[in-house]
Ligand binder design. Sequence first.
Ligand SMILES: Cc1ncc(COP(=O)(O)O)c(C=O)c1O
Length: 392
Amino acid sequence: MEGMYIVQVTMPQFQAPGTKRARLTEQHETGVGLEALDTPCLVLDLDRLDTNIRRMAELAAAAAVRLRPHAKTHKLVEVARRQLAAGCDGLTVAKLGEAELLAEHGVDDLLVAYPVWGERKWERLCRLAEAAEVRVAADSFEVFAGISAAAASRGLSIPVRIEVDTGFARCGVQSTAEALALAQRLSSLDGARLVGLISFAGQTYAAGREGAGAAAAADAAWLVEVAGELRAAGFEVPEISVGSTPSAPHLGKLAGITEFRPGTYVFSDRDQVALGWGTLEDCALTVLATIVSRPTAARAVIDAGTKTLSSDRAITAEGYGAMRAQPSWRLASLSEEHGVLELPAGEGPIGTRVEIVPNHACGALNMHDWVAVVQHGEVVDWWRVEGRGLVR
Ligand SMILES: Cc1ncc(COP(=O)(O)O)c(C=O)c1O
């Protein structure tokens, strides 16, 4: 019947101390408007999500590069499905647990862009490699040798990429000479075979909107140059992979790369808007919150703090998120469960609801077990954040 929806509510069962407490079931309503949702609540707008997914797929197709988005942003199987359906060639993850989750749901082409270290992980990696095509990126012989030994003992050969530090100062070999030496040592391994190079251009964030294009171009040129030296020394380097959402608007100018790995674009957030990926209107992931206290004329307190939004500061803006309908209000500070808003006297009485575009969508998503999925302002589904907590 039109307008009907199912409300699943399990009331708390209060029991005597020491008795095992009944697990509470969340209230997951569909067919209702945003105003019906209890707060704080993470909300994902389906049309905006699909627009971001399509936009990136079109950019990659126009640049003739393979697209392998980073799933750490969303940790959601359904979003992974939508990315692949839109033409992505595979997915990137940071953690084996994320890779296992996606493989369990049928994703068969994965890059673990993280140094996989330790016997237990190498064993898991091998089991994964028996079920899906899995590449691993790392920057040391120690990691590759460990992977190789585990793989070779099972008759496997795992494709690996050398990570190059092109200026972000995180992981990565520090010079072409180091890349050459590592490639040389890798060629002695039976269970790991070199298939390419990878970098992460995190420096595009610090470069800002004006500098992101030059930073992205320098990152790609660096990696292409290292690949050229490796090829000249006789190594095959078919895969040259770069990534980061701020590089995306400049993708067409990154000559020589074969693969692009953006992550945050899928939702976008306040940082990405500042760096050139769409507008605040295009951001698909928001947090609904309510003003619960109005202690002074200029201060209101909302029911969302760091445990809802994360503590991520904005790269170029002040405050902890943008108020979609009240752009002049400033989310000035957060404690765990409180957010302090600065706003004009007389505005925002207790009970006022706000929709916040987070500074960093990946951090905000990671705070929640469930996300309300909305379309045209109506809740159409609830997705569990399956990858949350899979940090090993
Ligand atoms: C190795 C790697 N690749 C790709 C990405 C995606 O970058 P972004 O979220 O800026 O799009 C990240 C982000 O942390 C990363 O660490």
